[in-house]
Ligand binder design. Structure first.
Ligand code: 16G
Ligand code: MG
Length: 540
């Protein structure tokens, strides 16, 4: 398309997608998110952006339209690089530039500036894949996105309903020249799972899965069919499959925040193996109903999934031929990792630990520093990344070494593009099955230190600036010294604060030897934030 016709196409198509007055979208930790009614212009503009990214890289890009664990009336975007990873951070500023242009003409100018700055040819084949979660606003927003893609003369493939990680996997596979259809996803994961659990006994009890009333329900059902066809059936009870409200009283976020059983789990027997995912199925939490009254749950969070994964990896690596055992395994965590988990990894697993700021993109990047990078946020986002060099070495060994063959299967079971709850379930199930473990043995690895999270509303959360992977505050001056003093007064205490990337609040985390001490420390630190960082409303 000629340059002037692109400018015209953008300016004229943009008339149908007016930026709502006063709406100032900002690319947060994982993309744009807001009430769905506000997002049509943002979607259209993201369509232009991802078409430009496809033209620039000469590869397929993608978008998943989802607001993840947010309430059902919200929506948002997760933008997918050709590698299947999240949009590269260099391009986030373009995303903001386009999303915030005030007029059609200004948008067209900013698009032309982007194309010029990146040396993007005005013509060329380009394809963008689009999927959405179960939110009612998804199809309409997908159409707005598609209109944006077409402004640059690129093609759109509407993939309909998918989990976020499925779309990431499909983009990655397609660019690698591998089978990439949704059905290929199921057969690849199921076949690899079968190879991992061959010769081991089924766990004996069914897995109860909370699908958060979202996209995971139909997709897990399809995966279960593929598992049965591959000869490795998984006994499953799917709950919260869409009869209730998306993420309403259920899902991994609800479970982690409240440690209460999700809706419809009241009849599930104490001790049963249960798991929960979020609205777009990129977060996973295992749990079990506790015996005591009150509907409480014992959680097996991202830290514990990381430990189990690292154990499985270490076991397999130790079975490789001696000359091939030199494999670096790193575990990537955030400051939210429970202190007991970090200590367990250091003292018992002998893996390196790296701490990054919150947000999948930071952990994912750090995971590339190792032959195998295991990254999980405590909230259940994560995966295990294998380096290309290691995969090539394993390929050469797979005929002579069963462990190499199984490590390769593990690399297929675990989504290599992005954290994936469905593939995470297969990882956990395979790890437990291979050890012959129930939840009791998994729980016995370590005991979590009691912790508490609080939110504080301040006039401007950007007033809080952090360093050292969000473990320390550099601004406002004096706040860190006050937090240090509060922490020093609590045995085994730890606390940090950070501005949220998804909500207009400052988050406070504290842990200590007892729940009372953790609660007290969190409350003290919340008051310090309120007093020194412009707290709004009554002090906590
Ligand atoms: C987003 C991030 C997640 C992070 C969370 C923190 C992705 C795909 N998701 O959900 O990794 O833990 O934000 O939220 O990156 P917060 O900044 O509000 O605490
Ligand atoms: Mg999610």
């Amino acid at each position: 398309m000629a340059v002037h016709s692109i400018e015209q196409a953008v300016a004229s198509s943009s008339r149908a997608y007016v930026l709502p007055p006063g709406f100032r979208p900002s690319y947060g930790t994982a993309g744009f998110r807001a009430v769905a009614d506000l997002l049509h212009s943002t979607m259209f503009r993201c369509g232009i952006l991802m078409a430009a990214r496809a033209l620039k890289t000469q590869q397929v890009t993608g978008i998943c339209i989802t607001a993840s664990h947010n309430p059902a009336p919200d929506n948002g975007v997760k933008l997918v690089e050709p590698s299947g990873e999240m949009l590269c951070q260099d391009w986030e500023s373009y995303a903001n530039d386009l999303a915030t242009a005030q007029t059609d003409a200004e948008l067209a100018k900013r698009v032309m500036a982007l194309l010029a700055a990146e040396g993007i040819p005005a013509t060329g084949p380009a394809l963008v894949m689009v999927a959405h979660d179960t939110r009612p606003s998804g199809p309409e927003l997908a159409a707005a996105f598609a209109d944006g893609v077409r402004c640059l003369g690129a093609q759109v493939q509407m993939c309909g309903l998918l989990t976020t990680p499925q779309l990431h996997w499909m983009v990655m596979s397609r660019n690698l020249g591998a089978p990439w259809a949704e059905s290929d996803y199921y057969s690849a994961l199921a076949g690899a799972y079968q190879r991992l659990v061959a010769g081991t006994q089924p766990l004996g009890q069914p897995l109860y899965m909370d699908c958060a009333n979202g996209v995971a329900a139909p997709k897990m059902a399809a995966l279960a069919t593929a598992l049965a066809a591959a000869g490795a059936p998984l006994a499953l009870h799917l709950l919260n499959t869409g009869e209730g409200v998306l993420n309403g009283g259920c899902g991994s976020d609800f479970l982690q925040k409240d440690r209460q059983l999700p809706s419809n789990f009241q009849g599930v027997p104490p001790g049963a193996r249960c798991c929960a995912v979020d609205g777009d199925s990129d977060r996973l939490m295992y749990f079990t109903p506790l015996q005591e009254a009150g509907g409480r749950a014992l959680l097996f969070d991202g830290d514990r999934i990381a430990c189990l994964s690292a154990m499985l990896l270490k076991d397999l690596i130790s079975q490789l031929p001696p000359a091939a055992q030199d494999v670096s395994v790193g575990i990537i965590q955030t400051a939210y990792a429970n202190g007991a988990a970090s200590r367990y990894i250091r003292d018992n697993l002998g893996c390196s630990v790296e701490v990054t700021p919150t947000g999948v993109k930071y952990l994912h990047e750090a995971a590339h520093h190792f032959d195998v990078g295991v990254y999980f946020e405590a909230n259940g986002h994560g995966t295990v990344l294998f380096s290309k060099t290691l995969l090539a070495r394993l390929e050469q060994l797979k005929e002579e070494s069963r462990a190499a063959f199984e490590l390769l299967a593990l690399a297929v079971v675990i989504n290599q593009a992005v954290g994936d709850a469905l593939s995470g379930i297969l990882l956990v199930e395979a790890a437990l099955r291979r050890k012959g473990w129930g939840l009791d043995q998994w729980a016995a690895l370590y005991t979590d230190l009691p912790s508490r999270q609080l939110k504080v509303t301040v006039a401007d959360r950007a007033a809080i600036v952090t360093t050292d992977a969000e473990t320390r505050v550099s601004q406002p001056a004096g706040l860190q010294a006050a937090i240090d003093a509060a922490v020093a007064a609590v045995p085994n205490g730890r606390s940090f604060v950070r501005p949220s990337g998804t909500e207009d609040v400052v988050r406070v985390y504290a842990e200590a030897e007892t729940q009372d001490a953790a609660d007290g420390l969190a409350a003290t630190v919340a008051r310090l934030v309120h007093a020194r960082a412009g707290g709004v409303g009554p002090a906590p």
